[in-house]
Structures are given as structure tokens and as C-alpha cells.
Design a protein around this ligand. Structure first.
Ligand SMILES: O=C[C@H](O)COP(=O)(O)O
Length: 231
């Protein structure tokens, strides 16, 4: 089945999200951007709070230049998370940076690249990610005023998921996904769907996590037909 990734800001939210049925806990500061990074200390607290009950991922920061991106990825890998998510923004990060990240960290942790649906994503990078040793690739949105489905055609999203699968990568879809969107988003067959705003009070990604919404999202996904397992 398609797994539910929920972005959390601290250990308490991580615990609530796991209890409510999230499969992956994603350490992130939504107030600092689409891939806003928490401090390594907070990420380590989240890892401890999850205590092996779910896969833990952490993001490295938003719109970072190559050197800063790699330093941050290394710091996040050292916290003990299961996967490190690295955002690749056109002009700031390209195939050279992907290969550098793979060399630096590919043997130490699972790497998941994030491409942005609203920043002209280059799906030609997906095979490069696989060759560089990445574990997975996600599509998210950099801006949060419109969701994933309003930026790319269904054909392109299907193409993304199927290219990732052909290359042996797990795939994820995110970007202002609401609970009502889950059947459509999971229908593309990704391994995971990522949510923050859609499971927060008032639908605002910078508000507190609402465990009841996480529970509803997890139940909605479990009722959907199966895709490959992430992990
Ligand atoms: O990785 C998942 C993201 O945190 C999704 O955030 P969002 O649902 O607010 O766009």
C-alpha cells in the first residue's frame, strides 16, 4: 500500500503522528520553507521519540547551494535518521551535486531526492539519482499556495512514478495534499504520500499537527489498492 509520511516539528508531534498511524516521520521546520531544516539536536530528539516505531526522515534545508547542502545532509545523517531528504533546485543543484551527495553519503544512509513540481522539475535526473546510489525520489512543491496536482499534468506525474520505479527508486508525492486528495494522489501508485498542511489545525502547515487528521489520512490510504512498500 501507499505509505503515509507526515512532517513534524518536534519530538511530541513525532510521537503523536506515530500513534495516529503515520508510517514515516519527516523532521522538518515548515516555517523555514518547503524543506526547512530543524536543528540536528531536535532531529535526534525525534529519532529517540519514534524509537524504531516508524521510518524517520529529515530534510536538509531550502534552496541551499551545493556545499551547504552537503554539509547539512551530513549533519542530518549523523542524527541517526533512516533517510535524508535532499532538495534539488534547478540552478543550485544538478547532476554534479547529486553524484557528490551519493559519494559522500550513499553508503552511510538512505538518500531521497526532492524535486519541485512548481520549479520546472527535470525528470531526466531520476536515472542520475539511481546511478548515484539514491534510495528514492519525491515530488513536492516549493511554494505552498497551490498543490501538486495544479502544477503538473496527470501524465507527467504518472511518468515520474513509473520512471522512478523503472530506475529502482522508491517514489513519493507531496505538495499541499489534503485528505480529500489522497485517492487521486495515491492513485498514481507512489510508495508514499507526504503531508503537513493537510494534517495540521486549520490546514496551515505552520500550525500544530492534528492527530485526528493524521488518523483519517492513514485510514484513507489503507483503504486504497496496493503499491510497492517503502522503507
Ligand atoms: O514532505 C511532505 C511535506 O512536508 C508536505 O508539506 P505540505 O503538505 O504542507 O505541502
Amino acid at each position: 500500500m501507499t505509505l503515509l509520511l507526515v512532517s513534524v516539528t518536534n519530538a511530541e508531534e513525532a510521537h503523536l503522528a506515530v500513534e495516529a498511524g503515520a508510517d514515516l516521520i519527516d523532521a522538518k521546520d515548515p516555517a523555514a520553507g518547503a524543506l526547512g531544516a530543524l536543528t540536528p539536536a531536535t532531529v535526534a530528539e525525534i529519532v529517540a521519540a519514534v524509537d524504531g516505531r516508524a521510518t524517520v526522515t529529515a530534510v536538509c534545508g531550502d534552496h541551499l547551494r551545493a556545499e551547504t547542502l552537503l554539509d547539512s545532509a551530513e549533519a542530518m545523517a549523523a542524527t541517526g535518521v533512516d533517510m535524508v531528504k535532499i532538495g534539488f533546485v534547478p540552478d543550485l543543484a544538478d547532476a554534479r551535486v547529486i553524484r557528490a551527495a551519493g559519494r559522500l553519503l550513499g553508503t552511510r544512509t538512505k538518500l531521497v531526492a526532492v524535486l519541485f513540481a512548481d520549479l520546472v522539475p527535470d525528470f531526466g535526473l531520476v536515472p542520475v539519482l539511481a546511478e548515484a546510489g539514491f534510495h528514492g525520489v519525491m515530488l513536492d512543491t516549493s511554494g505552498k499556495s497551490a498543490g501538486l496536482l495544479s502544477h503538473l499534468s496527470t501524465m507527467r506525474i504518472f511518468g515520474f512514478v513509473s520512471t522512478a520505479r523503472t530506475c529502482g527508486l522508491i517514489s513519493g508525492l507531496a505538495g499541499s495534499v489534503r485528505i480529500a486528495d489522497l485517492p487521486a494522489v495515491a492513485g498514481f501508485g507512489p510508495d508514499l504520500v507526504g503531508m503537513r498542511g493537510g494534517v495540521c489545525r486549520g490546514g496551515r502547515r505552520t500550525s500544530a499537527l492534528d492527530p485526528d487528521l493524521v488518523r483519517m489520512a492513514a485510514a484513507r490510504l489503507r483503504a486504497m489498492p496496493c503499491a510497492a512498500q517503502a522503507g
